[in-house]
Design a binder for this molecule. Structure first.
Ligand code: BTN
Length: 310
């Protein structure tokens, strides 16, 4: 609520909110404690001078234009992992599009049993619940969809060209700026739910990041706020999800190909049971990497770590 010079009088606000001046004062104190900069000037009223850099649901929801994603937001200062909390909510029938956001995670996890460093207020750590009507074998494309959406959102919000290393590492200058973890609950012929977890390094300092990682701050990205980046992520995820439902996996796979750093390169892949080398020729509709080996044979790789050779 705004008025002359950006001030709104206490009387106007309490009338509008139908609360007493005393209750309003308490709300203002609470907002100040949460990091909102609010100026109070006698005879003029209150003025909002600054927003806190927090992923509060009220901030995410304001001006969020999605119809499905982020309509229900669970927010925590600290969690073990947003993946666990989202799975718990999904088991209790949380609706599709629900997101779980944490300011920090004590047991953030990555692919292949690795951890995901999640320092407080320094990144975006969230999980999204989806309930697509697909077979378990059709779920890998959702990870590709998330990677594509994250690149698009990062480009829009920060102007940076982030690319994807197969299957879903988000790279900037060959260093990891973000990652995606998808976990599913399914029976052989039915997916109950799918949790997509996205982590993005926003403002960590170089010193606190692993050598192979980078943050938007390190890259001096012109990012306004984490809230804006998260809103853009939700918008892109929703647009790509709706397109996938309408048109099938082709468009998202085509976008993934355009953003890929891996395709067309000579790579070594550690599948954790063996090391294979060859040229990454393409991905198939299930998101598997097609590796053309020196023998001329093409192998289909469904999981592993890629090292780009040249
Ligand atoms: C990877 O690159 O290995 C995937 C990293 C995924 C990290 C995100 S942060 C939000 C969500 N919660 C987790 O514990 N992990 C994912």
């Amino acid at each position: 609520m705004r008025s002359k010079h950006g001030y709104a009088s206490g009387e106007e606000i309490s009338q509008r909110l139908k609360i007493s001046r005393q209750a309003l004062w308490k709300h203002i104190q609470h907002l100040k404690d949460s990091g909102y900069e609010i100026e109070a000037v006698p005879h003029l009223g209150y003025r909002l001078r600054g927003l806190p850099d927090r992923l509060f649901p009220s901030e995410i929801s304001s001006s969020l234009t999605t119809k499905l994603l982020g309509k229900k937001i669970y927010y925590f200062e600290q969690l073990h992992s947003t993946m666990d909390t989202a799975a718990e909510l999904a088991r209790k029938n949380a609706p599709e599009g629900t997101i779980v956001v944490a300011e920090s995670q004590s047991k953030g996890r990555g692919r292949m049993g690795r951890g995901w460093s999640s320092p407080k207020y320094k990144g975006i750590y969230f999980s999204l619940i989806l309930r697509p009507k697909v077979l378990p074998s059709q779920t890998p494309v959702f990870t590709l969809l998330a990677a594509v959406s994250a690149c698009e959102a990062l480009k829009e919000a920060s102007g940076l060209d982030v690319q994807i290393k197969w299957p879903n590492d988000l790279l900037l200058d060959n260093k990891k700026i973000g990652g995606i973890l998808t976990e599913i609950s399914a029976e052989p012929d039915e997916v109950h739910y799918l949790i997509i977890g996205i982590g993005i390094n926003v403002s960590s300092d170089g010193k606190s990041l692993p050598a192979c990682a980078i943050s938007l701050k390190e890259k001096k990205a012109a990012l306004t706020s984490r809230v804006e980046l998260l809103q853009e992520l939700l918008r892109r995820l929703e647009a790509n999800y709706l397109q996938l439902q309408k048109k099938g996996p082709r468009p998202v796979i085509e976008k993934w190909r355009q953003l890929s750093l891996t395709l067309g390169r000579r790579v070594k892949i550690d599948t954790h049971s063996r090391l294979i080398e060859g040229e990454a020729s393409d991905i198939d509709a299930d998101g598997a990497l097609l590796l053309r080996k020196d023998s001329g044979l093409t192998e289909r790789i469904t999981s592993g770590d890629v090292v780009h050779c040249r």
